[in-house]
Design a protein around this ligand. Structure first.
Ligand SMILES: Cc1cc2nc3c(=O)[nH]c(=O)nc-3n(C[C@H](O)[C@H](O)[C@H](O)COP(=O)(O)OP(=O)(O)OC[C@H]3O[C@@H](n4cnc5c(N)ncnc54)[C@H](O)[C@@H]3O)c2cc1C
Length: 302
C-alpha cells in the first residue's frame, strides 16, 4: 500500500470514516482482533470508488458488517477493511416491501417493520448484525430465517458490476449462501413482509428478546453460537455432555450459561479462542463421533 494509494483513498473518503492501524477488537462483538492496515466506512458512492482503487493498486480488501459473527486474528488484517455501517444504513418502506442498504441493522429494520404494521422480521430483531451480514449467513432464529423474507438482493461482483439476484439465485441454506464463494458484495436487500398488527409484532419481539436474555450470556462479548448445529444434534448440548461447561483457555471460556457460546471473559486473544474451539471439537468428536463445524467466520492473520 503506497502513499499514492493512501492519498487517493483519503480523497475518496473526504477525510472521514477512514482509520489507519485500526484495532479490530473495536469492530467485533467478540472484542478480539489485531489492527487492520486501513478501515473505511463508505457510503454507496464511495464504496464503488474504494473498490475500484483497491483493484487498480492490487490492494487486498475484505468486508465486515457489524462484526457479530467474526473472529479476527491477533495479527490483524492486511489491506483495506470495508465496514458496511451507518453511511450504508438507509431503510425505505413501500407497501409490504422494505428496501435496506447492507449496513442497516436488523434491529432497526425490525423496528421500522413493526411501526409500519409489517410482520416477518420478528425472529431477527434480537440478532446483532447488519442485513448484509444476515443475508451472507442466512441468519435465523426461533424458526425463522432470512430466506423466508428476502425477495431480492443487489450485489457488486468482482469486477464492480451491479447484479440483481432473486432469492433462488442465492443458494440459501442453513447459515449458508453462495455470496462468499462468488465474492459478491451485498449493497442492498429487498424484503417482502406481510401485514400484521403492530401490537402483536411488538409483543412477539419482546417475548423472543426475553428468551434470548434468559438463555444467552449476553453480558459477555461473543459471536453468538460458535459452532453450527450438527444434523440431528445441538452443539451446546454435545459440548455440555462432553463435560466442557466453563472450560477455559486463557481469557476464552465455554459459557456456563449456554455451552454453545464461547465468551470473552475480558482479555481473550484470537489464539485463546482458536485453541478452545479446537479442544472442544476434538473432545466432542472423540466422545460422540460428531464433527463440529465453526459458524463463526475467521478472517485476518492468526
Ligand atoms: C449475542 C449474539 C447472538 C446471535 N444470535 C444469532 C442468531 O440467533 N441467529 C444467527 O443466525 N446469528 C446470530 N448471531 C451471529 C450474527 O449476529 C449473525 O450471523 C449476523 O447475521 C452477522 O451479521 P454481521 O453484520 O455482524 O456480519 P459480520 O459478522 O460482520 O460478517 C459475517 C460474514 O459476512 C460477510 N459480510 C458482511 N457484510 C457483507 C456484505 N455487505 N457483503 C458481503 N459480505 C459481507 C463478512 O465478510 C463475513 O464473512 C449472534 C451473534 C451474537 C454476538
Amino acid at each position: 500500500m503506497n502513499d499514492q494509494f493512501l492519498t487517493e483513498l483519503e480523497n475518496i473518503m473526504a477525510g472521514s470514516g477512514i482509520f489507519m492501524e485500526e484495532p479490530m477488537k473495536k469492530h467485533t462483538t467478540f472484542r478480539v482482533g489485531g489492527p487492520a492496515d486501513v478501515l473505511v466506512q463508505p457510503d454507496e458512492t464511495a464504496l464503488a470508488a474504494v473498490l475500484g482503487l483497491c483493484r487498480q493498486h492490487h490492494v487486498p480488501y475484505s468486508f465486515i458488517g457489524n462484526g457479530s459473527n467474526l473472529l479476527v486474528g491477533d495479527k490483524g488484517i492486511r489491506g483495506v477493511v470495508i465496514e458496511m455501517t451507518e453511511p450504508m444504513g438507509d431503510i425505505e418502506v413501500q407497501g409490504t416491501r422494505i428496501t435496506a442498504q447492507a449496513g442497516a441493522m436488523l434491529s432497526k429494520i425490525a423496528n421500522t417493520a413493526a411501526s409500519n404494521g409489517l410482520g416477518g422480521m420478528e425472529f431477527a430483531a434480537g440478532i446483532p448484525g447488519s442485513v448484509g451480514g444476515a443475508v451472507v449467513m442466512n441468519a435465523g432464529a426461533y424458526g425463522g430465517e432470512m430466506k423466508d423474507i428476502i425477495e431480492r438482493v443487489y450485489v457488486l461482483d468482482e469486477n464492480g458490476a451491479q447484479l440483481e439476484l432473486d432469492r433462488d439465485a442465492l443458494d440459501l441454506g442453513y447459515r449458508h449462501s453462495c455470496i462468499p464463494d462468488k465474492k459478491y458484495i451485498v449493497t442492498k436487500v429487498v424484503l417482502e413482509l406481510v401485514p400484521r398488527d403492530e401490537a402483536e409484532i411488538r409483543s412477539e419481539m419482546k417475548e423472543l428478546n426475553e428468551k434470548r436474555a434468559e438463555k444467552q450470556p449476553l453480558q459477555y462479548p461473543s459471536a453468538g453460537s460458535t459452532f453450527k448445529r450438527p444434523e440431528g444434534y445441538f452443539a451446546g448440548k454435545l459440548i455440555m455432555d462432553a463435560g466442557l461447561r466453563g472450560y477455559q483457555v486463557g481469557g476464552a471460556q465455554v459459557s456456563e450459561k449456554h455451552c454453545g457460546f464461547v465468551i470473552n471473559k475480558g482479555d481473550a486473544t484470537a489464539a485463546d479462542i482458536c485453541q478452545l474451539m479446537r479442544d472442544v471439537s476434538d473432545k466432542v468428536q472423540a466422545q460422540f463421533g460428531v464433527v463440529l463445524e465453526p459458524e463463526v467466520k475467521m478472517i485476518g492473520e492468526f
